[in-house]
Write a protein that binds this ligand. Structure first.
Ligand code: NAD
Length: 380
């Protein structure tokens, strides 16, 4: 793995490095870790990389790595920069023959995302987008039960992602707040792109249904902030199910309180990322059941949930393991492709460029809906 972004003081790059290393499938071999080439070198030293594999820019990195023999050069790049840098780096990676793992939102426009989907298709290279929450075993269990028809026809989805950390004006003092509230770096959406994109992805992943129409209301509560910090959306799904999504960075005191409720004709599920090893399963005719990661009582957990679990129940698995599941599945997929083998469905279970494109279209539709007076706006 090579990495672009994730220098000293960066947030998510470090999580990626830990997650990628967790299962011994992936080794960090090079990087262009910072917008400042000198700081990239400093970071490379901390990661014990040889000096000649630490680059000043991603362009230098792709050019130099391409010249190295197979087996020595990086196989894929992990992109952990602010949003506006995802597209140029991913495009250059694909054009130079490298697979891609990219942070979300995949790009800043759906045109860019579409271009990357096409390029990945043409080159036959793999492209993962790190919608982290799809990596949790109990999210996979919920998806399995819905696919299996355990809830019956789905009727209602409620998905919420409240945070409180941007309740005051941190931009200008905190690096992560500064670029997230700057349209030139974050793209056209604030809270919607940053965490609403996760909520949309989680709802479509768990239900297997596409959101077809929405009615959205974007708001900016903190004075002088050019992007939304609060999002409220009504959802209509392709099977007629209805839903509600809200995402917010001004919900005072909230941490990363991502929650999803799905209700069908026969029952419901509830999952909360603050308690990610528990899935509540609700019924019409008996009390609620508590499913737990790694507690398989005679095989009631799905293969997908077990495949993405590392330790016996009661030993908590969390955010970094969820990230690691995306990396492990991606690495196994690459391994199969390199050896001319077919990856299994469990290996292919990671968010792809097409999911990233769905996310970009959803973001753009939310903005369009919020700006018009029409009640319903179709998602492209
Ligand atoms: P950050 O500001 O902490 O780090 C960004 C890093 O990118 C910095 O080291 C910066 O120097 C580097 N960088 C910027 N431009 C560069 C360039 N041209 N070349 C090389 N390096 C460059 O940001 P963050 O909070 O870590 O967010 C990074 C990305 O991760 C964003 O897209 C964000 O949406 C995403 N993210 C995802 C999750 C998740 O759960 N999946 C969580 C947090 C952040």
């Amino acid at each position: 793995m090579g990495m672009v972004g994730g220098g000293i003081g960066a947030f998510i790059g470090e999580v990626h490095r830990k997650a990628a290393a967790m299962d011994g499938q992936i080794e960090l071999v090079c990087g262009a870790f910072d917008i400042d080439p000198e700081k990239s070198k400093e970071a490379g030293k901390l990661f014990f990389l040889p000096e000649d594999r630490v680059y000043g820019t991603y362009q230098e990195m792709f050019a130099a790595e391409k010249k190295l023999p197979e087996g020595e050069r990086m196989d894929f790049v992990s992109i952990v920069t602010p949003n506006h840098v995802h597209f140029p780096v991913a495009k250059a990676a694909l054009e130079n023959g490298f697979h891609v793992v990219s942070e979300k939102p995949m790009t800043v426009t759906s045109e860019e995302a579409g271009e990357l989907v096409a390029l990945a298709g043409e080159t036959g290279l793999e492209f993962a987008v790190t919608h982290t929450y799809t990596g949790y075993p109990m999210v996979k269990q919920a998806r399995h039960m819905i696919r299996n028809g355990d809830l019956g026809k789905l009727r209602k989805v409620v998905v919420e992602y409240p945070q409180g950390w941007l309740s005051t004006k941190l931009e200008g003092t905190v690096q992560q707040a500064t670029w997230r509230t700057d349209p030139k770096q974050a793209g056209p959406a604030g809270a919607m792109g940053d965490i609403g994109s996760h909520a949309e992805n989680l709802a479509e992943y768990i239900t297997g249904l596409r959101i077809t129409e929405i009615c959205a209301d974007l708001t900016t509560h903190v004075e002088g902030r050019p992007l939304d910090d609060d999002v409220n959306v009504l959802l209509r799904f392709e099977n007629g199910a209805r839903g509600v999504m809200h995402a917010s960075q001004i919900s005072a005191g909230e941490e990363n309180a991502l929650r999803i409720f799905v209700y069908g004709e026969k029952g419901g599920i509830e999952w909360h990322q603050h308690n990610p090893n528990t899935l509540l399963v609700k019924h019409l005719d008996r009390p609620m059941e508590v499913y737990r990661t790694g507690v398989d009582h005679g095989g009631y957990l799905s293969d997908a949930a077990m495949h993405n679990t590392r330790v016996p129940g009661g030993h908590p698995e969390g955010y970094i393991e969820a990230f690691a599941n995306i990396y492990r599945n991606f690495a196994h997929t690459l391994g199969c492709l390199m050896q001319g083998e077919k990856p299994s469905p469990e290996m292919l279970d990671f968010p792809t460029a097409k999911d990233g494109l769905r996310g970009m279209r959803f973001i753009e539709t939310v903005i369009a809906s919020s700006n018009n007076d029409q009640k319903w706006t179709p998602v492209k």
